[in-house]
Design a protein around this ligand. Sequence first.
Ligand SMILES: NC(=O)c1ccc[n+]([C@@H]2O[C@H](COP(=O)([O-])OP(=O)(O)OC[C@H]3O[C@@H](n4cnc5c(N)ncnc54)[C@H](OP(=O)(O)O)[C@@H]3O)[C@@H](O)[C@H]2O)c1
Length: 425
Amino acid sequence: MKSIKLGIIGLGTIGSATVKNLLKSKELIKESYGLDVVISSICDKRKDLAKKFKDIVFTAEPFDIVRSSEIDVVVELIGGINPAFEVIKESLKSGKDVVTANKALLAEKGSVLFDLAARRNSGRLRFEASVCGGVPVIRSIASHLSLAGIRSIVGILNGTTNYILSNMADFGGGFEENLKDAQIIGYAEKDPSLDIKGIDSLHKLSILSYLCFGRSLPLSKVFVEGIENISDLDIKYARELGYVIKLLAVARLLPNNKIEARVHPAFIPNNHSLAQVKGSFNAVFINTERAGEFLFSGLGAGGDATSTAVIADIVSLAKEYPHTYIASRNKNADLVNPARFSFRYYLRLSAVDKPGVLAKISRILADYKVSIASVTQKQRDSARFVPIIMLTHKARETSLLKAKAKIDSLSVINPPTQVIRIEEI
Ligand SMILES: NC(=O)c1ccc[n+]([C@@H]2O[C@H](COP(=O)([O-])OP(=O)(O)OC[C@H]3O[C@@H](n4cnc5c(N)ncnc54)[C@H](OP(=O)(O)O)[C@@H]3O)[C@@H](O)[C@H]2O)c1
């Protein structure tokens, strides 16, 4: 029976679940794949963990594993950029295969690592757990859907923000209250900024963009907006208009070979399959040229779910698909400049309730060639101001934002006017 020897680096949430579930499924992997997976070494900073593992070499130094001639596969689960980058680089260079869940690292340094892994004598790189936890979306894209000509991906890639937005919609309460709730039950970190500002979604979008379009994203150039300014009023008005609000990560290959990439909250119709993705679930909606549309959805985080993807990667290295996933098209494809985006928009204005105000707002929008599709005046939200909800027809983002700035400077407006894009999917 074929045997592979693992060195697991990082024994936190994902590392300890990986060890637990590998030991649990050892016989199943033998029976199903004729493969004996042996955990040879484990590394973690916390040396006191050593006593838990009898027949496994324990070290606090990751490079002991990288340099060990005993190890076939290095499983990097420490997270962060350093020393994870050097750990993976050195492992691949020495011909060891690598499994990682490290989305931040792959988003920052993926192109170096993907190129390295594609070299002839290098080890191979697997990273299923880096996007959507336990959902097998990377394997499906790399070994199947990329053959169907992927046009676009629209993802709900962050469980924390999806939990907050869907709880605001289903159970009420504002953003801050639902964020606190997410922190109490462990769905949000103490410092939640990577999640709520959209950065974690951007990292995962970059990995998907590499696989789908052959281009990791230049992170600083991608348009990213978080969910921290979404209010319970927006959630309520969205529902009344037949929409839900989701934090979307979108990448689209345009006919001119440019990639439109963006992360921001958006209205989506409440009868779209992505609207049904609730709580901490993740999903990716993929549109292809030749095979239609696909929706992948499931648990995007957590030890057991994510370790399933790590273990599947380990088995795949031994049993199937011998190559590193390579996406060679469009390596230098440009990004679409966000100034060229156009959408339909939802606007929520807070205006003084007196004759002539609506006419002023409409005139400014018309001056900037933003045409109004509908206007609703809501009940007064304070002694002076009344909410006005507008949906626009498709308009250029730059024009819309200039119009918004001008509207917000009117003395009859209580700024800032809320602007949310309406996604056409
Ligand atoms: N958690 C999830 O649901 C999830 C889902 C998908 C992907 N991921 C990814 O999986 C990776 C691991 O995440 P996690 O949640 O398991 O993180 P974690 O709980 O913080 O675990 C990381 C472990 O590695 C140890 N460590 C860090 N630097 C080390 C070093 N230089 N040498 C030895 N040990 C070191 C840490 O020790 P200390 O705590 O003492 O620093 C900790 O025990 C990350 O890349 C993450 O993005 C996580």
